[in-house]
Design a protein around this ligand. Structure first.
Ligand code: NAP
Length: 325
């Protein structure tokens, strides 16, 4: 097998495409021949040693992938050799093969292609947990999505529309805003130009959004929080801009508003039944055409550094998928 090995987490430049012995699965493990692996922002942070999870070295990055079961260890009953599966392993995806805990492997329903499957679980499950579980978003409410043309952002547009909410999508270019409108956003804001507070005011008749979905953080957060509606819920999803915002607490008091943390990985670990229910609903929505990963492009697995470069420079629209074969 081949894989991108991280021996020194100082950045993408230290990753090396190496030939490695193909491991056999132990009891409770599965070996997957990887067909597709998607990029998520945490994959970039993890190779820079900036992510909360720090795997022992060396490791193969790549949190999420899909492929075919090639071997199973003792005690594995829910998948068998030859099955098409998706896996959320946290690491291991950027290679030709991975051995993973069977509990993290899901059989794919018929009609779920590998590229979509590799780009589904983290983005959509995080966003379902955020909008539906944490924010209790209702039909008719207005959601403002920041970084709306990115991976979790595009999922947020689709899930908010699936529950009947009004979506204002905000992104850094007119091209990204155009993509958001194609995905169903009712209105857009290009936050590289203009005053985001004025635009939010105009688009909400002065009321502000009921829910803000924020995977960007940095200097956007405070002006946006100042614009939130009475009883608004501000979802803290991530900090792609790098800076972690600090807010004056009186703003929450003045709006009767909530700052709501979203940590899907921990939710899935602590509340597996609720997570499985959400994933089942998402699979149903996928089958009904209500949600579908937006694939920016597919690149050969060997071109991972190019894909990371595009993600780090805000060029990706939706998801990048690395493929084998
Ligand atoms: N809480 C959770 O459980 C959870 C789960 C998954 C992901 N996340 C987090 O969500 C965030 C987004 O993840 P993603 O996979 O959707 O990433 P992504 O596809 O790269 O999207 C991130 C968006 O952030 C914006 N951005 C602003 N400044 C940026 C910068 N300096 N570098 C890169 N992007 C920048 C970009 O949009 P514009 O150019 O339009 O500004 C970009 O589209 C990350 O912080 C990730 O860690 C959290």
């Amino acid at each position: 097998m081949h894989a991108w090995l991280c021996e020194n987490p100082i950045g993408v430049e230290a990753l090396a495409w190496k030939e490695l012995p193909t491991p056999d699965p132990k009891a409770g493990e599965v070996r997957v021949a990887i067909r597709a692996a998607s990029l998520n922002f945490p994959d970039l942070l993890i190779v820079q040693n900036k992510y909360q999870m720090k795997p022992p070295l060396p490791f193969v990055p790549g949190s999420e992938y899909a492929g075919v079961v090639e071997a199973v260890g003792d005690g594995v009953a829910h998948v068998k050799v030859g099955d098409a599966v998706a896996a959320f392993g946290g690491t291991g995806g950027f290679g030709t093969h991975a051995v993973v805990n069977a509990a993290l492997v899901m059989p794919l329903p018929a009609g779920f292609p590998f590229d979509d499957a590799s780009a589904f679980v983290l983005t959509y499950a995080t966003t379902h947990h955020a909008l539906i579980d944490r924010a209790a978003l209702k039909a008719g409410e207005t959601v403002l999505v920041l970084g709306a043309a990115g991976g979790v952002g595009t999922a947020a547009i689709q899930i908010a529309k699936a529950v009947g909410a009004r979506v204002i999508a905000a992104a850094s270019s007119d091209e990204k805003c155009a993509l958001c409108r194609e995905l169903g956003a009712d209105a857009t804001i290009n936050y590289s130009s203009g005053n985001i507070r004025d635009e939010i005011k105009n688009l909400t008749g002065g009321k502000g959004p009921d829910v803000v979905y924020d995977p960007v953080g940095g200097d956007l957060a405070e002006p946006v929080f100042r614009s939130i509606a009475w009883r608004g819920r501000y979802l803290v999803v991530g900090f792609a801009q790098g800076g972690i915002p600090a807010l004056p607490w009186n703003l929450a008091l003045l709006k009767g508003a909530s700052i709501v943390g979203v940590f899907w990985g921990e939710f899935a670990r602590r509340e597996p039944k609720a997570n499985a229910k959400a994933l089942a609903e998402l699979a149903q929505w996928y089958a009904q055409g209500k949600v579908k990963p937006v694939i920016d492009s597919r690149l050969p697995m060997e071109q991972l550094p190019r894909a990371f470069e595009r993600m780090g420079t805000r060029q990706v629209r939706g998801k990048l998928v690395m493929t084998n074969g």
